[in-house]
Design a protein around this ligand. Structure first.
Ligand SMILES: Nc1nc2c(c(=O)[nH]1)N[C@H]1C(S)=C(S)[C@@H](COP(=O)(O)OP(=O)(O)OC[C@H]3O[C@@H](n4cnc5c(N)ncnc54)[C@H](O)[C@@H]3O)O[C@H]1N2
Ligand code: MOO
Length: 400
C-alpha cells in the first residue's frame, strides 16, 4: 500500500494548468484569470461629483452667499460649462465636474434642500460653505491608467469582474476549465427513475461526480454508464475527447472488474492500493494521448472521498486555482468512533463550531450513501489511531 500523499503527489506531478482562452467578462464568474488585466484608463475616468448639488467656486460659496445657477450637468452629460464669480452649475452624482469648479455644495447645504426639481432654480443660497474639493471624486484616485486592475491567478468573483469591466475590458484571458468525462461501470446499475430488480441498484456515482466536478471549477464533458463488458468500455473510452476521465467501479480484485482489466498498463495508468479507508483501490495515469484518467472504487462513499483527496486537487490545478485543497481545522469529537488500523480514515462527518461527529450514526461504511447527505466535512484520522474518543481533537476538511 502507498500513502495518500504518495498517490496524490504522483497525480499532481502529472497534471498542469490548462491553456488560456478568451471569454466575455459577462460569462467568467468562477474562472481564474490567466494574465494581468491592465486598466485602459484612470478610474474614475474624470473628476466627478459624489453628490447631487451645485458645482461652485469655493472662494465665493461662503455661508449665506446667493449664487446664480447658469447651467445643468446631469450624469452622462459631456458639457463643461464655464461659470464666473457669483455663479454655480447644478450637477448630479457621477457627472463630470466643470473645470471652473473646485467644490460641490450638496443640495442639503442650500436653502432649497432636496426637493426634486425638473429644471434648475434661478439661484440658490449656500447654507454651509464647502471645504476645498468637497465631494469631488478625483480622476485616477482608484487606479492609474496602465496599472494592474486584477492580477493573473485571481479567481474571478463578482468584485473582481466589476473591477475588470471598469478597467475597460470585455474579452479577458482565463484559464480554460478542464472538460471531464465520467464513466460509471457496473452491470447492476440502473437509472434512478427505474425500479431496480433483485441485484440492481440506482446509479448515483455519476450524479455525485458531475456535481463535484462543477463545484471544483471544471466542466462535465459527458457522463456514461457502462455494463461490466470490456468491449463496451473500450468503445466508450474511444469517444472520450476530453481533458480528463473519471471512472468508478471495477477497480478492485473482483472477477468482473473491467476497468482494471481494460486500463491497467494503458499509457502510464497503474492500479495500486492506498492506505486510506474508504478508497483503498485506486488507479491513475495518463493515456497515450496524455489525458489523466482516475479510476475510483465503486462504493459511493469511496467515490466521494477519492474525489476530494485526489481528483479535486488535480482538476483545480488544471483550472489554475490558487488553492487546490479544502481548508482544514480541528474540532473535538462529540462522540467516539472506531477507525481501521494502518489506513488513514477519511470519514464523512457533520461539524458545528466546536465539535465533530460521524454523519452516519454507526461511523464508517463505504456504502452509506444516504448518510453522505448529512455530511458537511471529512474527518482525517491518522493511520495509527484505531479509536477516536469523545473529546479527542480531530482534523477536518471543511466542504466549503
Ligand atoms: N476480495 C476483495 N474484495 C474487495 C476488496 C478487496 O481488497 N478484496 N476491496 C473492497 C474495497 S475496499 C472496495 S472500495 C471495493 C471496490 O470495488 P470496485 O472498485 O471493483 O467497485 P464495484 O465492485 O464495482 O462496486 C463496489 C460497490 O459500489 C456499488 N457501485 C458501483 N458503482 C456504482 C454507481 N455508479 N452508483 C452507485 N453504486 C455503485 C456497487 O454496486 C458495489 O456495491 O471492493 C471491495 N471488495
Ligand atoms: O477502500 Mo473501500 O473504498 O474500503 O470501501
Amino acid at each position: 500500500m502507498i500513502t495518500i500523499d504518495e498517490h496524490r503527489a504522483r497525480i499532481l506531478a502529472s497534471v498542469s494548468r490548462s491553456t488560456a482562452t478568451e471569454r466575455s467578462v459577462h460569462r467568467s464568474a468562477g474562472f481564474v484569470l490567466a494574465d494581468d488585466v491592465v486598466s485602459r484608463w484612470p478610474v474614475p475616468l474624470f473628476d466627478n461629483s459624489a453628490m447631487d448639488g451645485y458645482a461652485v467656486r469655493r472662494a465665493d460659496a461662503v455661508e449665506g452667499a446667493i449664487l446664480r445657477v447658469v447651467a445643468d450637468v446631469p450624469a452622462g452629460c459631456a458639457d463643461d460649462p464655464s461659470f464666473g464669480p457669483g455663479e454655480a452649475v447644478r450637477i448630479m452624482t457621477g457627472a463630470p465636474v466643470p473645470a471652473d469648479a473646485d467644490a460641490i455644495v450638496p443640495l442639503e447645504h442650500t436653502d432649497l434642500g432636496t426637493e426634486v426639481r425638473a429644471t434648475p432654480p434661478e439661484s440658490i443660497t449656500v447654507t454651509v460653505a464647502p471645504k476645498p474639493h468637497a465631494h469631488i471624486r478625483r480622476a485616477g484616485e482608484d487606479a492609474a491608467a496602465g496599472s494592474v486592475a486584477v492580477r493573473a491567478g485571481t479567481v474571478l468573483g463578482p468584485w473582481q469582474l466589476s473591477a475588470i469591466a471598469s478597467a475597460g475590458h470585455d474579452r479577458i484571458p482565463v484559464v480554460a476549465r478542464p472538460r471531464v468525462a465520467v464513466i460509471s461501470t457496473g452491470s447492476e446499475l440502473v437509472e434512478p427513475s427505474d425500479t431496480p430488480q433483485r441485484g440492481q441498484i440506482p446509479e448515483s456515482n455519476s450524479v455525485l461526480l458531475a456535481a463535484a466536478i462543477v463545484d471544483a471549477g471544471a466542466e462535465v464533458g459527458w457522463t456514461a454508464t457502462v455494463r461490466d463488458d470490456e468491449e463496451a468500455l473500450v468503445a466508450t473510452l474511444a469517444d472520450a475527447d476530453v481533458d480528463a476521465i473519471v471512472l468508478t467501479g471495477g477497480a478492485s480484485v473482483g472477477s468482473f472488474d473491467v476497468v482494471k482489466a481494460v486500463l491497467n498498463g494503458t499509457g502510464s495508468i497503474e492500479f495500486t492500493t492506498v492506505a486510506m479507508q474508504p478508497g483503498k483501490p485506486q488507479g491513475f495515469g495518463l493515456t497515450e494521448a496524455g489525458v489523466p484518467v482516475f479510476c475510483l472504487p465503486g462504493n459511493p462513499v469511496s467515490v466521494a472521498v477519492s474525489f476530494e483527496m485526489f481528483v479535486r486537487p488535480a482538476l483545480r490545478t488544471m483550472a489554475g486555482h490558487p488553492t487546490i485543497d479544502r481548508p482544514r481545522s480541528v474540532r473535538r469529537a462529540a462522540t467516539g468512533w472506531r477507525s481501521r488500523a494502518d489506513r488513514v480514515q477519511v470519514l464523512p462527518v457533520t461539524v458545528d463550531e466546536h465539535t465533530v461527529r460521524p454523519a452516519a450514526p454507526g461511523g464508517s461504511g463505504s456504502h452509506l450513501v444516504t448518510s453522505l447527505a448529512e455530511a458537511t466535512a471529512l474527518a482525517v484520522v491518522p493511520a495509527e489511531v484505531i479509536e477516536v474518543f469523545e473529546g479527542d481533537p480531530v482534523t477536518v476538511m471543511e466542504l466549503r
